[in-house]
Design a protein around this ligand. Structure first.
Ligand code: FES
Length: 105
């Protein structure tokens, strides 16, 4: 799916992310700045936070209890914040905008 990662400086980086990768992998493997993913996708670091716009968040599978719990450790979480390693990319997400936060720490 084509994912539009919006960097903290407002720049859009549109990349094609294969189905089955997570949103985190789509950013990290394409060298995009803004995601640290210290734990490598194990839902135990909260440094892969992204913010999903309202119109897209409702279409995603809701966060698991583990993700909700880990979100407490994320930097300045807001409505629409998710951990990108916990969101598998599907073709239905084609065109989705993913905002990368200013900081992950
Ligand atoms: Fe660590 Fe997502 S990469 S919680």
């Amino acid at each position: 799916a084509t994912i539009n990662y919006r960097l903290a400086d407002g720049t859009d980086q549109v990349v094609d992310v294969p189905q089955g990768w997570s949103l985190m992998e789509g950013a990290v493997k394409n060298g995009l700045r803004g995601i640290l993913a210290d734990c490598g996708g194990a839902c135990s670091c909260a440094t892969c936070q992204v913010v999903i716009p309202d119109d897209w968040i409702a279409r995603l599978t809701p966060a698991s209890e583990e993700e909700e719990a880990m979100m407490e450790f994320a930097a300045d979480p807001q409505a629409g914040s998710r951990l990108s390693c916990q969101i598998p990319v599907t073709e239905a997400m084609d065109g989705m905008v993913v905002q990368l936060p200013k900081t992950q720490l």
